[in-house]
Design a binder for this molecule. Structure first.
Ligand SMILES: C[S@@+](CC[C@H](N)C(=O)[O-])C[C@H]1O[C@@H](n2cnc3c(N)ncnc32)[C@H](O)[C@@H]1O
Length: 302
């Protein structure tokens, strides 16, 4: 965990309660500070940070609200609160993010895993579990490695390939795979999209990807947190569909007959992606919505 103020060599802004108080009072101070700074879900953010500092769960944070914090705990808490107040993503502040029950290490080199991407991983997992016991899977654009790792853990017979352009992301993904005991079953490759292709035609049972899909011009209008994430992870070109278009076009060469392509897509890209997948020869194309009713996952059979 970073010691933000010390790291940057700047004095820590004063704490309104002069470094004293119960966990509940510190939480209230942090939530008020977050509201002033426009941090969404102020209370929840304060609780997540407190849970990390106290090395406990969020529920225990609430139950222990009447306990005073030690000076060290208070100082550490307030440092992290200051960093979050700069609209740094919570995953970067804490250095980790939960994903499908796994603790995934996160740095500023990667996109912070999102809850909606758990739906992508679950969709791929369910299709694979209904098929052969030793499938070959490719994840394109692995970032932290969260999707590849979740699939390797859920499918002990699977061989997983994961491509990524960013060397720093690949190094982190490998570290995450080692931490979860699946590094021997995932081949991380510094390659563009499908490039592990030398394996010949129809080598993959399933290809899964959460590609960059935000239209270039929209990125500067997004929340400050998102703008601190790597552009390579976000920028999908003029209409947001560059990577999806390339993946759809190449899918038939790599996916075996009857295999699957599972993509995370933008909230308004369902119709366009359906057209791309059908145009590439995908059958049974399905666009699934997320809990907010927005287009989120596209599935096609090849
Ligand atoms: C939206 S992020 C997804 C990261 C991770 N899979 C997740 O779901 O949290 C897209 C990832 O694709 C990588 N990427 C972008 N273009 C790529 C390309 N042409 N080939 C391989 N990876 C690429 C980015 O570096 C980034 O890590």
């Amino acid at each position: 965990m970073t010691l933000w103020a010390r790291k940057k060599g700047v004095p820590l802004p004063a704490h309104p309660r002069n470094w004293k108080g119960t966990a509940g009072e510190w939480l209230g101070d942090a939530a008020a500070f977050f509201r002033k700074k426009g941090v969404p879900e102020a209370e929840a953010n304060a609780e997540f940070i407190m849970a990390a500092v106290l090395e406990t769960g969020r529920n225990d944070v609430r139950l222990g609200a009447s306990h005073p914090l030690s000076e060290k705990q208070g100082f550490h808490f307030w440092e992290l609160v200051q960093e979050r107040g700069q609209r740094v993503p919570l995953g970067y502040v804490l250095g980790s993010q939960g994903f499908m029950g796994l603790d995934i290490a996160v740095t500023r080199d990667v996109l912070v895993p999102r809850p909606e991407t758990e739906e992508l991983a679950a969709a791929a997992r369910d299709l694979l579990q209904a098929g052969r016991p030793d499938p070959t899977v490719l994840e394109i654009g692995t970032g932290t490695g969260c999707v590849a790792i979740a699939l390797a853990k859920a499918l002990p017979g699977a061989t997983v390939y994961a491509t990524e352009l960013s060397p720093a992301a690949l190094a982190l993904a490998l570290r995450n795979a080692e931490a979860h005991g699946v590094s021997r079953r995932i081949r991380f490759l510094k390659e563009d999209l499908f490039k592990p292709a030398a394996r010949g035609a129809g080598w993959a049972d399933l290809v899964v990807s959460n590609p960059p899909y935000i239209p270039s011009a929209e990125i500067d209008r997004l929340e400050p947190e998102v703008r601190k994430e790597p552009r390579l992870a976000l920028d999908g070109g003029k209409d947001g569909l560059d990577a999806i278009r390339a993946i759809a076009a190449d899918a038939p060469r790599h996916i075996r007959k009857g295999g699957w392509l599972v993509l995370e897509i933008g909230s308004e890209q369902g119709a366009a992606v359906r057209g791309l997948l059908e145009g590439a020869g995908g059958a049974a194309v399905e666009v699934r919505r997320d809990l907010q009713g927005l287009d989120r996952i596209a599935v096609a059979r090849f």
